[in-house]
Design a protein around this ligand. Structure first.
Ligand SMILES: [Zn+2]
Ligand SMILES: [Zn+2]
Length: 191
């Protein structure tokens, strides 16, 4: 069943983030999904959200709370997906850390840059793009894919992230057509 075509991806910085990364990510997402991408003003969660005791001990944010915060702060319109980006380390209860989190078939996703850093800027950007595409894929109804090179494969470590592509396999691309009404451009699909 189709939930309506996705027309816009909106990037919402949740901490101060360098402009060139946001611009490149927008270009990358546009190239993969064939959907317009816009950069929202920053909604600074460090100023707006207080850490609870557990988070202070771990010096790590609870991703569920961040996702809830994002959905409270930013209204999602029809045909729109909102991607929060935070230069933080985050976890979900039961996992030591996460690179990102999304509402399955929902309006919101978030990625965390802290563990994606590299001394090589290009590598850092590539990792951020892969995680962004992956989490947005979840918002469009995709679950994890068994093909290791597909962007929807689950990443447990940076090595997993580095080994996968930022593209969707044929099967995930087909699924996106049904769930999000998207006809992916060639750039978005694995050969
Ligand atoms: Zn996932
Ligand atoms: Zn796949």
């Amino acid at each position: 069943m189709s939930e309506g075509r996705v027309r816009l991806i909106r990037i919402v910085p949740l901490t101060p983030i360098e402009r060139r990364l946001l611009v490149k990510l927008c270009e990358g997402l546009n190239a993969v999904f064939g959907v317009e991408c816009r950069i929202n003003g920053t909604v600074n969660i460090i100023e707006k959200m207080r850490l609870d005791y557990l988070e202070l001990l771990r010096y790590q944010y609870n991703s569920d709370r961040i996702l809830r915060f994002l959905s409270d702060e930013v209204r999602v319109r029809e045909g729109e997906k909102v991607l929060g980006i935070a230069d933080l380390d985050a976890y979900v209860p039961g996992l030591n850390f996460v690179f990102g989190e999304a509402m399955l078939s929902g309006g919101y996703a978030v990625i965390y840059l802290r563990r994606l850093k590299s001394i090589r800027w290009g590598k850092y950007f590539e990792r951020a793009l892969k995680e962004a595409v992956h989490e947005l894929g979840h918002t469009m109804g995709l679950t994890h894919c068994p093909r290791r090179s597909c962007v929807m494969s689950f990443s447990n470590s940076l090595r997993d992230v580095d080994n996968k592509s930022f593209r969707f396999c044929q099967r995930c691309a087909e699924k996106l057509r049904a769930t999000a009404g998207l006809e992916l451009p060639e750039t978005g699909i694995l050969k």
